[in-house]
Write a protein that binds this ligand. Structure first.
Ligand code: ADP
Ligand code: NI
Length: 216
C-alpha cells in the first residue's frame, strides 16, 4: 500500500466511526485538526504522512469514551485495516506514543513528543480555542447538562484530572481551567501565532458575555 492509500483507508475508517458524535469528537474535529496540522507542518518541517496519521487517529480511542488499552486497540486497528506494513514498527510506535500523550486530561501532559506529535498537539489545542473552541465548549457542556454560567459558583481553575472529568461546573469555568491557558502552551511558532489571534477572540467573547450577563 502506498502512503496515499494508507491515508485514504485510515481516513475512511475514522470517518465512518466518528460521524455524528455530539461531544466535539466528531469527524469534522478530526478534519480541522488534520488541516491545521498540515498547515503548521509546512513551516515546521515534520514527516507529512506521520503528521496526517497522528491527526487522523488521535481521538479514535480517547479515554473519555474508551476504557480499554488504547495502545493495543490502535495496533489492532492498523492490523485490521491492513496498513501496518506501510510504515516501520518504529514509526508506528512513535505515532501511537504521541497519540497517547498529546491530549489534555485535566492537566498538561509534560511527556516530550516527537516533532510530528507536537504539531498535532498544537492543532488539537487550536481547535479547542477561538470561535470553534467556544462552540465546542458549549456543545460539550450542553451534552453534559451543564449551565452556561453560574456566577454563584465563580470560576475555579481546577487542578486534578478527576475534578476536570467529574466536575459539574458551568461551561464558562472551562475557559479558565483550560481554554485560556492554551496560548502559552504551543509547541511551534506557527501554532503560537494562530493561538494568539484565537485567544484574543475568546477574551473579547468573555468580555461581551459578562456585559450581556449584567444586562448590557
Ligand atoms: P481534545 O479533543 O482536543 O483532545 P478534550 O477531549 O479535552 O479535547 O475535549 C473535547 C472538546 O470538549 C474540547 O473542545 C474541549 O475544550 C471541550 N471540553 C472538554 N471538557 C470540557 C468541559 N468540562 N466543559 C466544556 N467543554 C469541555
Ligand atoms: Ni482532539
Amino acid at each position: 500500500m502506498n502512503h496515499a492509500d494508507v491515508l485514504r483507508t485510515v481516513s475512511d475508517h475514522v470517518r465512518s466511526c466518528s460521524l455524528g458524535e455530539a461531544t466535539g469528537h466528531d469527524w469534522w474535529h478530526v478534519v480541522r485538526v488534520a488541516k491545521l496540522a498540515k498547515r503548521i507542518n509546512d513551516s515546521a518541517g515534520g514527516d507529512g504522512i506521520r503528521v496526517e496519521l497522528t491527526a487522523l487517529l488521535h481521538d479514535v480511542f480517547d479515554e473519555k469514551f474508551y476504557d480499554g488499552d488504547a495502545s493495543a486497540a490502535l495496533f489492532d486497528l492498523i492490523d485490521q485495516l491492513g496498513v501496518r506494513a506501510a510504515l516501520s514498527n518504529e514509526e508506528w510506535d512513535g505515532i501511537i506514543f504521541d497519540i497517547l500523550h498529546l491530549g489534555f486530561k485535566g492537566g498538561f501532559d509534560q511527556t516530550p513528543l516527537s516533532l510530528e506529535g507536537q504539531i498535532v498537539q498544537d492543532a488539537d489545542r487550536l481547535d479547542a480555542v477561538g470561535a470553534i473552541g467556544i462552540a465546542r465548549a458549549f456543545a460539550y457542556g450542553g451534552a453534559k447538562g451543564r449551565e452556561l454560567y453560574n456566577p454563584d459558583e465563580g470560576v475555579v481553575a481546577v487542578g486534578t484530572a478527576a475534578e476536570y472529568r467529574n466536575g459539574s461546573r458551568h461551561t464558562i469555568n472551562h475557559f479558565y481551567e483550560k481554554l485560556l491557558l492554551l496560548r502559552d502552551r504551543m509547541n511551534t511558532s506557527e501554532g503560537r501565532a494562530i493561538a494568539e489571534r484565537r485567544h484574543k477572540f475568546m477574551e473579547e467573547f468573555l468580555a461581551e458575555f459578562y456585559l450581556e450577563w449584567d444586562g448590557e
